[in-house]
Design a protein around this ligand. Structure first.
Ligand SMILES: NC(=O)c1ccc[n+]([C@@H]2O[C@H](COP(=O)([O-])OP(=O)(O)OC[C@H]3O[C@@H](n4cnc5c(N)ncnc54)[C@H](OP(=O)(O)O)[C@@H]3O)[C@@H](O)[C@H]2O)c1
Length: 333
């Protein structure tokens, strides 16, 4: 292909006075980082990490100008390594995409082919990005709870940040897998949305943390999928039943964990760390196949809003104000 081909991308630039500005501009495939796989991006998505990258958070991106987008799904244009043929549909989530490597908020990406997963049958490119890193992380969390021995008959699973991307996907995947889900949210107006996703009970953020000052809390949860961290994660662990497990993937509340060791040594509770970005190829493929099969949410179309690059600014700001509601997909080409 002609590598001087021009395409549209959202570019984040650092100004001389240290601000970060976002603009949609033309760039060429020659500008992209090296890699054996060139993909025409059909859909990308918005994740919390993208909102941080787009606003210059140094924990995600340090080199500017930069195109965010940790998720991309599209059509292979060329693959010099031979792993894919032109025309194949692929998904790329995580690794360094959208962090220091120009990401899915541009009409083309160039990456190592080892980052790509073939689009499973029974999943469209749009559905793959409706799930995206959020859905992948939610599914990986549910898989880890299952592997820790947490069964639907054990009792309720708490999902925190339930109206956000990871949370909403976790509610629907858990409900689909037969678990009774208690969804914690800061948005009383989203009760109907959470019930539609499959939540059996809805509680406030304060109801999760009430009693946190005690060394241990009343046993309430068979397991938990947490995206918040801080007091919320500590309370979830302190209120998890004997032998239960809690997954930790997010930091929207805090990166701290104010906790003692009693839940671990008196109740045998497990705390499981979740990293979707570096997830190895085998479990990565296993999770995508589950998402395309037995765990494919029936409500996928109800939990997504579609925007073009031009519509991202409003969604980024809403996400940073904790106003996310389900998932946002970005239509590129
Ligand atoms: N480790 C990994 O591999 C991985 C992968 C994906 C995401 N993550 C992390 O997971 C987190 C969630 O990502 P996301 O894409 O789902 O974000 P999101 O769509 O913005 O959802 C976050 C949700 O958390 C709740 N929330 C926000 N601020 C809060 C606060 N201060 N205290 C308590 N709850 C708060 C809100 O839900 P309610 O109003 O319903 O409470 C919000 O909708 C982020 O920290 C992200 O970086 C990690």
């Amino acid at each position: 292909m002609d590598t001087s081909t021009q395409f549209k991308a959202l570019i984040v630039e650092k100004t001389d006075d240290g601000r970060f500005v976002r603009e949609i501009r033309e760039r060429s495939i020659n500008d992209l980082p090296p890699g054996d796989l060139v993909v025409r991006v059909v859909y990308s998505s918005l994740n919390y990490k993208d909102a941080l990258s787009a606003t210059g958070h140094p924990g995600v991106t340090r080199q500017f100008p930069h195109t965010p987008g940790i998720d991309a799904a599209g059509e292979v244009i060329s693959c010099t390594g031979g792993a894919f043929a032109a025309g194949d549909n692929v998904i790329i989530t995580g690794y360094d995409l959208g962090m220091e490597t120009d990401g899915g908020w541009g009409e083309f990406i160039r990456v190592p082919s080892s980052w790509a997963v073939r689009l499973p049958a029974n999943l469209t490119l749009r559905e793959a990005m409706t799930l995206g890193t959020a859905g992948f992380t939610a599914a990986l969390s549910v898989l880890k709870l299952e592997q820790a021995g947490v069964k639907p008959s054990d009792g309720d699973i708490l999902v925190t940040g339930a109206t956000g991307g990871v949370g909403a996907c976790a509610v629907t995947i858990l409900a689909r897998a037969g678990y009774r889900v208690t969804a914690s949210t800061g948005k009383s107006s989203d009760e109907a949305f959470l019930r539609m996703l499959g939540a059996a009970e809805i509680i406030t953020r304060d109801q999760v943390t009430a009693g946190l000052e005690r060394p241990l809390m009343k046993e309430r949860w068979a397991g938990c999928v947490d995206v918040v961290g801080g007091d919320t994660l500590a309370a979830a662990i302190k209120a998890t039943r004997y032998g239960g497990a809690v997954t930790c993937c997010g930091l929207v509340g805090s990166t701290e964990l104010p906790l003692n060791i009693f839940p671990f040594i008196l109740r045998g509770v497990s705390l499981i760390g979740i990293d979707s970005a570096g997830c190895p190829a085998d479990p990565r493929a296993q999770v995508w196949n589950k998402l395309a099969g037995e765990w494919k949410p029936e409500q996928l179309h109800d939990l997504v809003t579609e925007v073009r690059l031009e519509g991202l600014e409003e969604k980024i700001q809403a996400m940073l104000r904790s106003e996310s509601h389900g998932r946002v997909v970005v239509k590129l080409s």
